[in-house]
Design a binder for this molecule. Structure first.
Ligand SMILES: C[S@@+](CC[C@H](N)C(=O)[O-])C[C@H]1O[C@@H](n2cnc3c(N)ncnc32)[C@H](O)[C@@H]1O
Length: 240
């Protein structure tokens, strides 16, 4: 169970970025298990340099910074007993194509500008700085199959030794729930950016095969049930 006060802390910076940004953050942190999984499974090490591909309005940064701050004051009382302490970050660099989202992210996280940066760019061409953790949450299906492969090759090249790629995808073989994910993502794309690009989805097996071919060793963290039944979080490490 994610403490409500942790969600409130992570959402607070979005008050400055407008009602949409704040409500959107509330909805995501409350209902998308991705964010809790990062903390519950200790997927991000202390001192990590994080590269966030398709960073949207910067939710990952807000979540990790909020968790670290909130833990400091509440570790002894309400921090979930089975969760490790949240990481202290070195930096987060987000690459996001939608200018309005970059603007929301910059406004919300401006107090952390020394640590957190967002560029308005396309992950197919933007330079990737060296990173300990690369996060690609619900983004690779917005680019075509060849570009997915090219981006993953560049992720491999930018990862420091021991680094990890956290790849959240929807399993295209997961029946109607995968269809629902596609409809939601297509609708969000149109609503937020006006783009109507087709989505390129793969099954979990196809994502694993691609990661394997690119010499990643991938394991899976179950993402829970209900609306997130089709979602898969792949933890991909360099296979040597
Ligand atoms: C479903 S949202 C996920 C946002 C964020 N990862 C999160 O979990 O909150 C996908 C994001 O990827 C962005 N995006 C899609 N194609 C992109 C590209 N080629 N380069 C950079 N960003 C892209 C979209 O604008 C959108 O903000």
């Amino acid at each position: 169970m994610v403490p409500a006060a942790l969600i409130e802390t992570a959402c607070r910076p979005y008050r400055a970025a407008g009602r949409f940004a704040w409500h959107f953050a509330q909805g995501k942190f409350r209902h998308d298990p991705f964010f809790a999984h990062l903390l519950a499974n200790g997927l991000i090490p202390d001192g990590a340099r994080i590269l966030d591909l398709g960073s949207g309005q910067g939710l990952l940064a807000a979540w990790l910074i909020g968790a670290h701050a909130w833990h400091r004051g509440n570790a002894a009382t309400t921090w979930p007993a089975r969760w490790p302490a949240p990481p202290a970050l070195h930096s987060i660099h987000g690459i996001e194509m939608t200018a309005r989202d970059v603007e929301r992210a910059r406004i919300a996280l401006k107090a952390h500008a020394a640590q957190v940066s967002f560029v308005c760019d396309d992950i197919r061409v933007a330079p990737f700085p060296q990173a300990d953790v690369v996060v690609a949450c619900d983004v690779l299906h917005y680019i075509d199959a060849a570009a997915q492969e090219a981006v993953l090759r560049r992720v491999r090249a930018c990862l420091a030794p021991g680094g990890v790629l956290l790849l959240r995808v929807s399993d295209a073989a997961a029946g109607w729930r995968a269809g629902l994910d596609r409809a939601v993502d297509f609708g969000m794309q149109v609503a937020r950016s006006g783009r109507t690009n087709a989505l390129t989805c793969r099954s979990e097996a196809q994502w694993r095969a691609l990661l394997d071919a690119l010499r990643f060793h991938a394991t899976l963290v179950p993402m829970g049930h209900g609306a997130h039944d089709a979602n898969r979080l792949l933890i991909a490490r360099l296979a040597g």
